[in-house]
Design a protein around this ligand. Sequence first.
Ligand SMILES: [Zn+2]
Length: 253
Amino acid sequence: MRLVIAVILTVFSLFGYVTAQTAQKSAKVFVLCYHTFHNEKKSQYNFTPDEFKQHIESIKALGYHFISMDDFLAGKFDYPLNVMITIDDGNATIKNIYNSVLKKNGIMPVFFIYPNIIGKKDYALKFDELVWFKNDGVSFGAHGYFHEYVNQKLYDLSVQRFKDEIYKAKDVLEQKLSIPIKVYAYPFGLYSPITIQHMIIAGYKYAFTINWGYVQTPIDQTKKYEIPRYLVETSSWKSIYETLKKHAVPKNK
Ligand SMILES: [Zn+2]
């Protein structure tokens, strides 16, 4: 009799496990967009290493899992609540938080780079540093070549300049890093229908905006060139945190 009960209990718990796995199929991904990590306040896009550490710790405390761009591209969403950290522009102050905050918490970020400043400006990373980060597991995406407004206005002004922002950015990064560049982040978050057409022709799999919102999986394939991101600024962090908190609260409790 005891054996029968044990078998029944096992079957039920297995059923429960399978159901839980199925229920987790739909996940949420909150993509955060950071810029610089100077030790002093430089702009509304800057967070000191301590402030950034607090962001990561408070996101973790809400029960979020950090995913990489590889997970995103593979559709590997094992948990219902996810955050992906993206850092735009390739600022050298990334080095202030890479080991101490990101690596320490097992987080692999995505760097969206516009090649024109790399190795040219004091404040930017160099190509050999980008290669080092790549070898350490960081993902890369393009972010224009000159960081122009990649929209209809630029296309009308100069088709060549428009194309450089999309194709040259990809070519240069692929050549320098020896990896395929599959994702793009629109500089200033600006794009037009013509931009999306060229994203497709260039072979990008996804393009990221700074439209407020999160990604619900499975990802709507008609919206893959308009992936929302939360632009983290001094003034927006509180609302972003409140949004994350709201979604972290279990329903029916
Ligand atoms: Zn940018």
